[in-house]
Each structure stands twice: as C-alpha cells, then as structure tokens.
Write a protein that binds this ligand. Sequence first.
Ligand code: RVK
Ligand code: MG
Ligand code: MG
Length: 301
Amino acid sequence: MSELKRVQGGLLGLACGDALGAPLEGRTPAAIARRYPDPAALVADPPGEVLRYTDDTEMALGVAEALRARGREARAEDYARRYVANLNVDRGYGRGALMALAALDQGMPPAEAARCYFPDGSFGNGAAMRVAPVGLAFAGDPEALELHVARSSAPTHAHAHAVEGARLIAHAVAYALTHGPFEPDAFRAFVASRVREPAFGARLDDVFAGRGLATGVAALESVPTALALAARYAESYAQGVGHAVLLGGDCDTIAAMAGAILGAAHGLDAIPPAWRGRLERGPRGHGYLLQAAEHLVGANA
Ligand code: RVK
Ligand code: MG
Ligand code: MG
C-alpha cells in the first residue's frame, strides 16, 4: 500500500472517529448499546446523515497546516496561529483550550497562554487528540517527532500528562504508518517502551491487561484507552473505532485517537464507506482532509 493511502487513512481515520463519536459523546455505554449493540450496527446505521467533525479534527487540521507551511521549522507560534485562525466555537472545545486560544489571539506567548486558565497547565486530552499529523509527518524521525509534539502541544497544554498523552499517540501513529497492520503484542511493547511518565506506565499496564477502560477527558484516562483499543482491534479499523464509540464518555476523542492509529495501519480504503461517505463535505471537509494528507507526505523535509 502507498504511503499516501496510509497517511490519508490516518487523517481521515481520525476525522471519521471524531465525527462518529460526537453525537454519542457523554452517554453511557448502556444507553448507546440500545441503539448500537456492536460496531456493525454503527456501520449499518451511522448516527446522522452527515457526520460533522469537532475540535479534535479542526485542531488536527491546524497541526497539518502548520507543517505544510513551515515543515520542520514550524514553531509553537506557528501552531498557535493556525489553532486561532481555525477556531469555530460551535465545534465544541474544552474550557481551558478556549481560554488559551483567546489569550493567544490577544498576542500572549504560547507558554503563558497555556497556563492562563489552569496555572499547572491543562491535563486534558486536547494535545493528544490533534497530534496525529506529527506522527504521520515524522514517522521515520523520532527526534523531530518529539520536538513537534512539544511545539504543537505548547500553546494550550502545559501539563506533563497532556504532553505525555500526545507523545504516546504520535509515536503510536508513526509506528502504525511504518509497520502497517501490526501485531498487538508488538504494538503494546512499542508503546510501553516510549513511556516517560510513570502514571502512564501504570495505566497502560492495566488497560493492556484488559482492566478498566476509562473514558474521561483527562489525557491519563482517554489516551491509554485509545491505545488499548488500537491493540485489541489491531486487525480492523471499523472494529477499533466502533468499540471506541460504543464506550461513550469522551468517545469522539477516543475514537479519533484510535482511528488515527488504525487508519494509518490499514489505509484509507479500510474506513467503511458508510462512514467516510457521510463525513461532512464543504471547503474544510472530506476533500480538504484528503488534500491536507497529501501535503503531509513530504512535510518532513
Ligand atoms: C469538548 C482541573 C482540568 C485541568 C486542570 C479538565 C473537547 C477541565 C474534545 C477541562 C476533547 C477539561 C476535549 C478539558 C479536549 C484539564 N485542573 N481540571 N489542571 N486540566 N481539566 O479545557 O482541549 O470536547 O474540566 O484544556 O484538553 O473533544 O475543561 O481542553 O474531549 O479537562 O474537549 O481540558 O479538551 P481543556 P482540551
Ligand atoms: Mg471533540
Ligand atoms: Mg472529546
């Protein structure tokens, strides 16, 4: 399979997971199960004629655009400018993220803006939900990947947990892109080998052993869950993303993160047509996402 198909799978996989989870965000698994007992039901009858993406994809597009414009020269300020320019409040943003973006818009430097609402920095999953383009662009270059995880996180997320979540998702996406359909145990071992924050190591031990898939907005909850689902359903994009959506809670984001990983592993054509076909069109919709993916191939120059 071509690299382009995998990169497109990563970005569109993120967007479809996000848009599919969005209508079910905040519900309990039991409430969702009444309409959607399994992922096949989500394929047969997606939640909406048009699947509209949320902040997860809007911000991921910002990351992709900063990389397209500046490549490996992109700085925190470049990422910040894109996030602010793209902000559409009706896509649904976290409270802290909104405050940081308002401060950036007023000209506050990224490092300060990221602490203007939560003085210790946000531990939300907002840096992880949007980071996939960094993993796609720098799959062969872990140093550049780390640098751009830090720079793309900095404008809104200063807490170590938020950055760790973004690191792990970016590495996982890069692994998926370079290894293709991967072996679950090898993927789990790879992810574990990238951990720096002990709290994440402990959570990953739990979820990789099948204990407690948390669905909260904290990076420490939702990132390990997304990684565990990507491992458990390594053979199928639709199964992994479907099961992420069925979890409820912060399921747009869990499905976006798992979707980026499994989309990069299996490529664009693995995304069910029933999902991709309903992804919003328009100037920043389906076609624009495909184009953004094209520009990511080679953005690492
Ligand atoms: C709406 C206390 C904190 C905290 C801290 C809590 C979108 C707050 C996406 C905060 C994702 C929330 C999600 C999210 C992404 C974080 N002390 N509470 N230090 N740090 N929180 O606002 O971009 O859905 O309740 O920084 O990380 O789909 O509002 O935003 O699900 O976590 O939002 O953190 O959110 P924010 P974000
Ligand atoms: Mg969202
Ligand atoms: Mg969310």
